[in-house]
Design a protein around this ligand. Sequence first.
Ligand code: TYD
Length: 136
Amino acid sequence: MNNVKLIDLPKILDKRGNLSFFENNHQIPFDIKRTYWIYDVPGGETRGSHAFKEQQEFIIALSGSFDVVLHDGKEERTYSLNRSYSGLYIPHMIWRKIDNFSTNSLALIVSDRAFDETDYIRDFEEFMTKNLYKYE
Ligand code: TYD
């Protein structure tokens, strides 16, 4: 869990409206290969519920709010995201689920890899087994 990081992005305050940004390898610690977003989430739904073997991600609540619940094989930690200038860096091999989406929330996610279903671990028991060696 030590490598998980909440990252505050630059915020250019302006009477006309504020602006934030991030660039490859500057505000976030990887090269961006892919961007996707999660929206129109019905109340009470959960997204995620998987880990990635290699992929790293950075998640921002561009609009609204949601909770990112992480597990590193040893402990669980919940991050509530609700600012469009602050995001969560998640290294590989961290189990995540995203829930508690507010109405009209928009989750922006950038990743260091192209989509690859073989990089997913979708079974929590399998994830825990793969982590055992770390905590022996
Ligand atoms: P998934 O990553 O399981 O969603 P969640 O964000 O809830 O974890 O992806 C859901 C479906 O969308 C799955 O069939 C794969 C597909 N998908 C892509 O084709 N490309 C992508 O970049 C992503 C993130 C998902």
